[in-house]
Design a protein around this ligand. Structure first.
Ligand SMILES: *Cc1c(COP(=O)(O)O)cnc(C)c1O
Length: 435
């Protein structure tokens, strides 16, 4: 038994499933999760002393790599002055100003403690601002675990959404309308039917929770114009894409301006931080200025702000990081794609900048249905092979690979070599999991 296996047995005695967030349980690929002892740059070490090149990056926050010296320094300095005061601090304004400078669509911003909380609050704000109840979300996009967003399609009727989790009352999802990513007709139908009742449309401008799926040309533009026409608040959930695809996130890259934006992950640099912000007139609805209530004991926590501010400040000072990240993405994901072709395997690589995904399907993937054609057993076998060759990938087909500015060409090459060896092995086999 490895030490990770022993620790997992112990964890399961006290924590549901042994984990504090489900995907960490390695359910989709089997086996015990690796307990991590430390991390630095692009590397993780588990408690058995095994070193990995990390393509999860804490699910996105570690854009500059783990244990970045400048961030650690600012965090420890902040800790020495106390952990939390429950009163206002200067760094909260520094953080808000920096976000507003980097993301021009954000005029006022409120800090919270997670992406889930930020989404929930942005939707409440949009409802308060419009006086409407309905919202549109896309199948396969993830916006955290608040009740109204854990929905799946009901049978038949356009307007019927059902809870996608036990414990969510049907009443909580009846105002959530589902649409299909990259399918503007599925959105238009909702607007035709009840446009005047729709408070908000929320979308991941690059979907990164069904694997990685980029918006087709014109998709985001159409969402923008429909929302404008119907007075609906367009919310970009940039919890993954924000400060990753560019200094102003996906909205900067695709040049489509939302009314509200939700952040998380990168803005905390590994600390629990979320934020929502946008047009002044909408954000002025939030308490204490306006009637939309939202609060948080630890919101804007000084230690978390020290981490997030320092990461964003580094990104602002050195925008060349984004060029290097994009080049690393081309090199790595493009390389993966070439290796698949070389091995004669039909699988699909999707990527946008430093976010990418290898789908074990021969289809082009533009929505959740396409993603679901992937052979998850084939992914599991691949993932386990890579793990045993020192490459830490998300233990699920439907999660992104995250590159950081700390990944070196040598590390990317080593990973590509491991992948190539695996692809050649697959090519040699009669397909165990036919595609
Ligand atoms: C991770 C994620 C969330 C939820 O953030 P948490 O901090 O896990 O609550 C929301 N939206 C998107 C797009 C995410 O990737």
């Amino acid at each position: 038994m490895t030490r990770s296996e022993k620790l997992f047995e112990e964890a399961k005695k006290y924590i549901p499933g042994g984990v504090n967030s489900p995907v960490r349980a390695f359910g989709p690929i089997g086996g015990a999760p690796r307990f991590i002892a430390k991390a630095s740059g692009a590397c993780l070490w588990d408690v058995d002393g095994v070193q990995y090149t990390d393509y999860v990056g804490s699910w996105g926050p570690m854009l500059l790599g783990h244990s970045h010296p400048e961030i650690l320094k600012r965090v420890t300095e902040s800790c020495a002055r106390g952990l939390s005061y429950g009163a206002v601090t200067e760094i909260e304004t520094d953080m808000a100003r920096l976000i507003c400078e980097m993301v021009p669509s954000v005029e006022l911003v409120r800090m919270v403690n997670s992406g889930t909380e930020a989404v929930m609050s942005a939707i409440r704000t949009a409802r308060g601002y419009t006086g409407r109840d309905k919202i549109i979300k896309f199948r396969g996009c993830y916006h955290g675990h608040s009740d109204g967003l854990l929905v799946k399609a009901g049978s038949g009727a356009l307007t019927q959404s059902l809870p996608d989790s036990a414990g969510v009352p049907a009443g909580c999802t009846q105002d959530t309308l589902l649409a299909v990513y990259n399918d503007t007709d599925s959105v238009r139908e909702h607007f035709d039917h009840m446009g005047e009742q729709i408070a908000a449309l929320i979308v991941e401008p690059v979907a990164a929770n069904m694997g990685v799926v980029a918006p087709e040309p014109g998709f985001l533009e159409t969402l923008r114009s429909l929302c404008t026409r119907y007075g609906t608040v367009l919310i970009f959930d940039e919890v993954i894409t924000g400060f990753r695809l560019g200094p102003s996130g996906a909205q900067g890259v695709y040049e489509v301006t939302p009314d509200l934006t939700v952040f998380g992950k990168i803005i905390g640099a590994g600390m629990p931080v979320g934020a929502y912000g946008g047009r002044r007139e909408i954000m002025e609805q939030v308490a204490p200025l306006g009637p939309v209530y939202q609060a948080g004991t630890l919101s804007g926590n000084p230690v978390a702000m020290a981490a997030g501010f320092t990461q964003l400040d580094i990104l602002k000072r050195d925008p060349g990081i984004y060029i290097r990240l994009r080049e690393a993405g081309e090199y790595f994901f493009g390389g993966l794609d070439r290796l698949l072709r070389k091995a004669g395997l039909p699988y699909t690589v999707n990527y946008t900048g430093s976010l990418g995904c290898l789908f074990f399907t021969d289809r082009r993937v533009t929505d959740d249905e396409g993603a679901k054609t992937s052979d998850t057993l084939a992914y599991a076998a691949y993932c386990n092979y890579m793990l045993s060759h020192g490459v830490y990938l998300a233990p699920s087909q439907f999660e992104a690979m995250f590159l950081s500015a700390a990944h070196t060409k040598e590390q990317l090459d080593e990973t590509l070599q491991a992948a190539e060896a695996y692809f050649m092995k697959l090519k040699g086999q009669s397909p165990a999991h036919p595609v």
